[in-house]
Design a protein around this ligand. Structure first.
Ligand SMILES: [Zn+2]
Length: 399
């Protein structure tokens, strides 16, 4: 009996710790009294837990805040100098590795692009990534790095920790990613679909502006995926493959796709496809890469811009379908395709979507192009790790 009560108390304490860390992160800076008011916890509980957090070095005091009635209280924040997490982004044509503090701020980042002709095999890429991670861990203190998040393209079967299909990058099929990292590293590694990671990063950035919104982040890059956040949590689906909008049919008599379907959104609105449409056989060669096309569109090239506009129209059709299925509050579009001409993308998508959905639904929808500084998918990978640490801090921080 007594033992059970002890276990329940531990669980409750860990839940309270998690609630406080997440609230504090969202507020940025606030007092113990404000935290108690926000979370509904007793002042004494907040004070006790904060004492532990200060000892652990996960929270720090940052001087006095001016409260109501002229009373002053001590401000608290997540300690940016304490612990670290790592974020890793695995993309079709590159990977990035970064080190972050627990507020989600990037400390260092390395990006490696693959040569088209000399793309290394999956095992070699994984070994390179692990090598870079080990170096960063060594450099920044072994004990202070708590966990890592890894954002991967999909369809990613979260419950099996493997990627089912990456168009144009078959090497990843059937590789047990989680098992690999668990074997190679001493810190826990959490995997997330890249669009979900991007959605997390945007949700964090919105801070107080995000309440229980249904937020959809669309990563329109070399592939297309959507990260769906509901009540502050990623909506995963049964196997973890929800949001796989790249393989949503927008034309059932359309172009065939590697997934076995026809007329998939990815075949009309991804950056890989746009490059193929504009450059044909030369796509991907020097001078015919997405970055070259991006420059052409930025300098007003008519043909490039027209193909880009059509791709944005197709994306709009995909977005109509998402809206009809989940009726989100906010949609944010980001990744490669949002870069060449964000204004034109926003205008084209808005026009397409407005024509295709109910006026009442349109009026309540916030649709925008991401203005995120840095790579939200890489930062989102780190945030996935931070979120896991904040879920049960006592398990990560040994004291
Ligand atoms: Zn498909």
């Amino acid at each position: 009996m007594n033992q059970n009560r002890g276990i329940n108390q531990d669980v409750t304490q860990e839940m309270n710790r998690s609630l406080l860390l997440k609230s504090l992160r969202r507020e940025g800076v606030c007092s113990r009294a404000h935290l108690a008011a926000l979370t509904g916890l007793k002042q004494a509980t907040v004070t006790n837990i904060m004492k532990d957090f200060l000892n652990w070095g996960i929270v720090k005091e940052i001087g006095f805040l001016n409260g109501s009635k002229g009373r002053r209280s001590i401000g608290l924040s997540i300690n940016p100098d304490g612990y670290r997490v790592m974020g890793v982004r695995l993309a079709r044509k590159h990977y990035s590795v970064g080190l972050f503090d627990l507020t989600g701020k990037q400390i260092v980042k390395e990006r490696v692009d693959f040569e088209l002709e000399k793309q290394p095999g999956a095992e070699e890429i994984l070994n390179q990534i692990v090598g870079r991670m080990r170096l960063m861990i060594q450099q920044y203190g072994k004990d202070s790095v708590l966990a890592a998040g890894l954002a991967v393209p999909g369809p990613f079967i979260a419950k099996k920790s493997r990627i089912a299909l990456i168009t144009g990058a078959d090497i990843w099929k059937d590789i047990e990613l989680k098992a690999f990292f668990n074997r190679e590293l001493d810190i826990p590694v959490f995997l997330e679909h890249n669009a979900n990671a991007g959605a997390y990063a945007h949700m964090w950035e919105l801070k107080e502006a995000y309440h229980d919104d249904i937020l959809v982040y669309i990563a329109a890059g070399q592939g297309i995926g959507a990260g769906i956040v509901m009540n502050g949590k990623i909506y995963e689906g049964a196997l973890g493959t929800s949001g796989e909008i790249g393989h949503m049919t927008i034309d059932r008599n359309g172009k065939p796709c590697a997934c076995g379907n026809r007329g998939c959104l990815e075949r009309y609105a991804s950056s890989l496809e746009l490059v193929k449409t504009v450059y044909g056989e030369r796509a991907g060669m020097d001078g015919c890469k997405f970055e070259d096309l991006e420059q052409r569109i930025k300098s007003g090239d008519t043909i490039g811009t027209e193909h880009y506009r059509r791709a944005c129209e197709s994306l709009g059709v995909g977005i109509i379908n998402i809206i009809n299925v989940i009726n989100p509050d906010r949609i944010i579009i980001g990744d490669d395709m949002a870069r060449p001409n964000p204004e034109l993308m926003e205008q084209t998508v808005r026009e397409t979507v407005q024509k295709g959905i109910l006026p009442d639904v349109w009026e309540e929808l916030t649709l925008s192009i991401s203005e995120y500084q840095g790579d939200p998918i890489l930062t989102g990978a780190a945030i996935v790790a931070i979120d896991r640490v904040f879920d049960c801090p006592g398990q990560f921080i040994k004291n």
